[in-house]
Design a protein around this ligand. Structure first.
Ligand SMILES: [Zn+2]
Length: 359
């Protein structure tokens, strides 16, 4: 199987994030992608290839050009404004009630702030998104990885894997957040609809709800989004991911959320997975973009499911049994000791290869 990787992700070298107001060691770190890369190389069944440059066009087909501009300008602005911080993390966000009573017309003319601290809030969801000198380049690299993975599948590969870092599924049209800057999966799905003229499905298997992907395709009838995730009543991103969010307009019925309880294990997960697989199989169209997270693993430090390594092989096998071309893109997963083994297990399953004994 071809796997797309670039070392550009190393530029997004963050050491800390904030959690409930405290600075804590970052979870979304360089070692994540490197441990997966090492495991793929050790396995021997993967051909690592570099991404090609796809420019800003496919990004701005999905994201507000203002978000792209902000991310490009953010670190130079931190330096220019002499902000004495190792990373840019906003602390003031435009919360919805701040604008209560204001008409859409007035709201639409509220200006983006000048100060970079204000701009970081304007374009952001939360404080889990530190920006450092190499963040913009790393985020652009992750998009190129996703689009190159799509290119491989469009050229005839049955399944290809993009080792995207930073991840993407929390990033909405006009918003970065939750370790995500550009929505790699959404950008690939949009490019796929344009390239093929066919409907595309996105299957989000990260532990968290992909609020950004849902937002981007909320009113779209040509992109079906399905997600299995920790119930937002207890889990980040808290405000979206409920079962009654099913899409609107042309997208009515094209959004499927399956919030799951704490402690969800292998059997319950496989049972829940059947519904999105059936929903994809029932729909016309070809390509499936998989937002693949391993934060569903039992020992993940920030999540509460209980999946084991062998079940990732079975999940990969079942997703591949759809018989659709698969663009598999990396999202979350924070238990470094098992990240590589879990990725190899999933991808071996998708490739129709045998699983390995649990590490
Ligand atoms: Zn996640």
């Amino acid at each position: 199987m071809k796997a797309v990787y670039t070392s550009r992700h190393r530029g997004h070298d963050v050491t800390h994030e904030t959690f409930l107001g405290e600075s804590i060691p970052a979870n979304e770190v360089v070692a994540r992608a490197e441990s997966i890369r090492a495991a793929l190389e050790t396995d021997g069944g993967f051909e690592l290839v570099g991404p090609t440059d796809h420019g800003r066009g496919p990004i701005e087909a999905v994201h507000d050009p203002g978000l792209v501009r902000f991310l490009e300008e953010s670190w130079p602005a931190v330096e220019r404004e002499r902000i004495p911080r190792p990373a840019l993390i906003a602390d003031t966000y435009p919360s919805r009630p701040m604008f209560e009573g204001m008409s859409e017309a007035v709201l639409a003319t509220r200006p983006e702030p000048d100060a970079i601290a204000g701009r970081a809030g304007w374009w952001g969801l939360d404080t889990a998104n530190p920006i450092v000198a190499g963040t913009y380049d790393a985020a652009r690299g992750a998009v190129d990885v996703a689009l190159t993975t799509l290119d491989l599948v469009l050229a005839g590969e049955r399944v290809a894997y993009g080792l995207c870092r930073p991840p993407g599924h929390h990033a909405a049209r006009s918003m970065a957040g939750g370790y995500c800057f550009f929505n790699n999966a959404a950008i690939a799905a949009e490019a796929a609809t344009r390239a093929t003229g066919e409907r595309v499905a996105i299957l989000d298997l990260d532990f968290h709800h992909g609020n950004g992907t849902q937002q981007i395709f909320w009113r779209r009838g040509d992109v079906f989004y399905a997600s299995l995730h920790g119930d937002p009543r207890r889990i980040y991103p808290f405000f979206l991911g409920h079962a009654d969010e099913t899409g609107e307009g042309d997208g009515a019925g094209e959004n499927l959320n399956l919030p799951l309880p704490a402690g969800t294990g292998d059997e319950a997960y496989l049972e829940a997975l059947q519904r999105p697989l059936d929903a994809i199989a029932d729909r016309p169209g070809g390509l499936v973009v998989v937002s693949l997270g391993f934060d569903t693993y039992r020992d993940d430090p920030i999540c509460d499911f209980a999946l084991t390594t062998p079940v990732y092989h079975e999940i990969g096998r079942r997703v591949a049994s759809l018989g659709r071309p698969l663009v598999v893109l990396q999202e979350g997963g924070y238990h470094l000791p098992t990240l590589g083994a879990n990725a190899v297990a999933w991808l071996r399953g998708a490739a129709g290869r045998a699983g390995l004994a649990e590490p």
